[in-house]
Design a binder for this molecule. Structure first.
Ligand SMILES: [Zn+2]
Length: 411
């Protein structure tokens, strides 16, 4: 059996940092505010390539504040949807040589990056067992070959998000029929890997001049092309799903030139590193944005990271009889030392919570929340509440969002 670039696999372990703090607000009303944080922290990665030994891909600065485990949150794989995959042994010996025939790519998803979608993971540009994304950051995992264009939750998929051809080409091969199931546990991930369907429903397109694009994790039954079809850039290939080895809703695009993985953010072989002469292949500038907010919202019970990816905790209204009113943020690419700022204002315009805390460890994605308990002395008042959330790095606000929720009287 050939040793192929498909043979390695990532097996994230789960580590959750959990701090549970009760904070008394310095206000005459003596309202009790609860602050919970949950961090999805790190990955343990298994590399089976001869040149890539098994390693722990967690950021060096990750803290081990807690050993509690929970289902992992970010993982997916890049296997092509065919047994006819070619092998490649070039990953560890890539040099900085620009492909002779350039290609211009558009993003493979029908959404606005930074608005209703975002890049969660970049190609791993470290040829060894370390991780280094396109911008020399940590938004990747060991051996990740593609770019992951994500939407914020499964709820986004209900409206149907199209996967688009990033360039003209011909459909080489495809697969459909893999169920949409967002993976949560290591056992589930291993099972998918054993079946060899890491890419899920996917398509490989020959983009010409030695270039190919591999599109993964499409929704079951959505593949809209056939082998041999000619496609043009922007054509609909199918819909974003959660098939194959994926723990979050996204389309994965691996770009190859003569079978070598290319980082579209540099135009260079991914294995050449992140400090290369950069000439991005995107037809429109795609800023490297390794950190940001996935989503914010309100809940009347403690959210979980799985629930957030599943699209839960988004009730448009909360009842005045709720035990708590929580305001949460789901974020990605935070770094140790980043500051989270929360502000929660009740329907009467009173600041219920104004709180900031420092992120303790780098996280590919994670969540935290603040909130208010409902007490007879200080009930959750009806009306429109507002939450504001900011991420601050080195004194600069790098992401900020606000949201409102209606608290309705329960009679
Ligand atoms: Zn991916």
């Amino acid at each position: 059996m050939h040793r192929s670039f498909l043979s390695h696999d990532s097996l994230p372990t789960r580590s959750m940092q959990h701090s549970h703090t009760t904070q008394k607000l310095d206000q005459p009303t003596r309202q009790i505010t609860v602050l919970f944080t949950q961090y999805l922290a790190r990955f343990s990665l298994l590399g089976l390539l001869l040149t890539l030994s098994a390693c722990d891909g967690s950021p060096p600065s990750s803290q081990t504040q807690s050993s509690t485990t929970q289902p992992e949150v970010v993982s997916e794989e890049t296997a092509t949807p065919s047994t006819r995959d070619r092998t490649t042994g070039s990953i560890a010996i890539a040099s900085e040589v620009r492909p002779e025939q350039p290609i211009a790519l558009s993003i493979p998803i029908d959404c606005q990056l930074g608005d209703d979608c975002f890049v969660l993971l970049y190609p791993d540009t470290d040829p060894g067992s370390g991780i280094r994304d396109s911008g020399c950051g940590q938004q990747t995992y060991d051996t990740h070959q593609g770019t992951d264009f994500a939407v914020s939750s499964l709820a986004d998929l209900d409206r149907g998000v199209n996967v688009l051809a990033s360039a003209d080409g011909t459909v080489l091969r495809l697969r459909d029929g893999v169920p949409d199931r967002r993976l949560r546990t290591t056992a589930e991930i291993e099972a998918i890997a054993e079946q060899g369907i890491e890419c899920g429903n996917g398509i490989v397109i020959d983009h010409g001049n030695g270039w190919t694009g591999q599109y993964c994790h499409l929704a079951q039954g959505s593949v809209a092309v056939r082998e041999g079809d000619r496609v043009q850039r922007g054509d609909v290939l199918g819909r974003v799903g959660v098939s194959g080895k994926t723990t979050f809703p996204h389309v994965h695009l691996t770009l190859r030139y003569n079978d070598e993985v290319i980082d579209p953010y540099s135009g260079q072989p991914a294995a050449a590193g992140c400090t290369v002469d950069r000439q991005p292949l995107w037809s429109e500038a795609q800023p490297y944005t390794p950190s940001g907010i996935v989503r914010i919202g309100f809940a009347d019970r403690p959210p979980t990271i799985d629930g957030l990816w599943d699209g839960e905790f988004t009730a448009p209204q909360i009842d005045t009889k709720a035990e708590v009113l929580l305001f949460w943020a789901h974020y990605y690419g935070v770094k140790a030392g980043d500051i989270e700022r929360y502000r929660l204002v009740d329907a009467a315009g009173r600041v219920v919570t104004e709180y900031e805390q420092e992120i303790k460890a780098n996280q590919v994605n994670g969540m935290s929340y603040v909130g208010k308990r409902n007490t007879p002395q200080n009930p959750i008042v009806p009306g429109i509440w507002r939450g504001e959330y900011s991420l601050v790095r080195d004194g600069q606000t790098i992401a900020r969002e606000q949201a409102e929720i209606t608290v309705r009287s329960a009679n």
